[in-house]
Design a protein around this ligand. Structure first.
Ligand code: UDP
Length: 329
């Protein structure tokens, strides 16, 4: 029997590349699509030798053509760190709007099941805690995060519209903060920022007073949740994340302990609209998918630190956001 085929947009990115690995392991043919704005071919170079793997260098906000059958589409292409989407706001809006339209059209034509990557950012700076899927959110559409948050909210609306009006087979995953190997060291996110600073012997920068909270999920757990959701018949949005919540100050202290750095913590202004708290309510995932995270932060951080330590020096000192810092605050 011919293998099933899956298209993964954003396939050279952090999450996309882990998804490529997973679906190759599940015995599918994988087509990764990426325009490499924030993705990196090094994340998937180990797959190029496989006949089950193909890579298309393409921007999904332009018409998407894939020859042959497609059983599944995962739309994971998007800048996803606050600094990235501030640097490229128009592309962020386009990939979330024009891009999803192209992929939903492709899914209709190929009769594929399509999953879109949504985000805890749809809840904005939440006034309900922890955040259940039924919470509508508290988003500032014209603030710095609006380009990402509203693109993702539009994606959800568009996906539901295709589900309702075209009976398309859709899934929506709301992804909370996730970490692990292949994050970009300099994407501005808190974990690579802290580990990068520790490795370079710099002070750790906390934005605000560090009392804001996040809940960090190890990438393998997230991928398992995504896989189960895709294989389920649940079409409404579902949170996937780790509910273990921590303040950014405690998180910095954990990184200091893990890396053994002698550097101190320094405080910088909090970026505008930075959510004060975030924790997924994962009751739905537990009940419907029988899924919950398994990897503790201690284990996950160790694996991630070992990955960052193994990177070549030039990666450690390469900063694409050198002149950009401060713009968002
Ligand atoms: N943060 C920080 N120092 C840094 C980078 C980020 O204190 O060098 C904070 C940021 O202000 C936010 C939290 O860490 O409160 C998580 O930021 P990240 O960009 O990783 O993701 P977010 O959850 O805000 O999208």
């Amino acid at each position: 029997m011919a293998k099933q085929r899956i298209l993964i947009t954003g396939g050279a990115g952090f999450l996309g590349s882990h998804l490529c690995d997973r679906f190759i392991r599940e015995g599918l043919e994988v087509i990764a699509m990426d325009n490499l704005i924030t993705g990196d071919l090094r994340n998937i170079e180990h797959l190029f030798k496989l006949k089950e793997f193909e890579f298309y260098n393409h921007d999904v906000s332009k018409f998407v053509h894939v020859p042959g059958e497609l059983h599944y589409i995962l739309h994971f292409a998007s800048p996803a760190s606050p600094i990235d989407y501030l640097k490229i706001p128009i592309q962020t809006l386009k990939v979330g709007s024009l891009g999803i339209h192209n992929l939903l059209g492709l899914a209709r034509q190929k009769k594929s099941r399509i999953m879109i990557a949504s985000t805890s950012e749809v809840y904005g700076d939440p006034t309900v805690h922890p955040q259940p899927e039924e919470y509508y959110g508290n988003v500032n559409p014209v603030g710095p995060r609006g380009v990402y948050d509203e693109a993702k909210r539009f994606q959800e609306a568009m996906t539901m519209a295709y589900h309702t009006y075209h009976q398309l087979d859709t899934r929506i995953v709301r992804i909370f903060n996730t970490y692990g190997p292949r994050m970009r060291l300099n994407d501005g996110r808190v974990l690579p920022a802290f580990i990068g600073q520790a490795l370079r012997g710099e002070d750790l920068t906390i934005f605000g007073d560090g009392s804001q909270t996040r809940s960090f999920c190890f990438v393998d757990d997230l991928v398992e949740g995504i896989y189960r959701l895709l294989m389920s018949d649940y079409v409404l949005p579902m949170n996937i994340g780790n509910p273990s919540e921590i303040t950014i100050r405690e998180f910095a202290e954990e990184i200091i302990k893990l890396t053994g750095t002698k550097q101190k913590i320094i405080y910088q202004p909090l970026p505008k609209d930075d959510p004060k708290q975030r924790q997924p309510d994962i009751r739905k995932a537990k009940e419907i998918l029988k899924w919950e995270p398994k990897v503790s932060r201690a284990e996950g951080l160790k694996i991630t630190y070992d990955y960052f330590k193994s990177l070549p020096k030039e990666v450690l000192y390469h900063r694409d956001h050198k002149n950009f810092d401060g713009f968002i605050r």
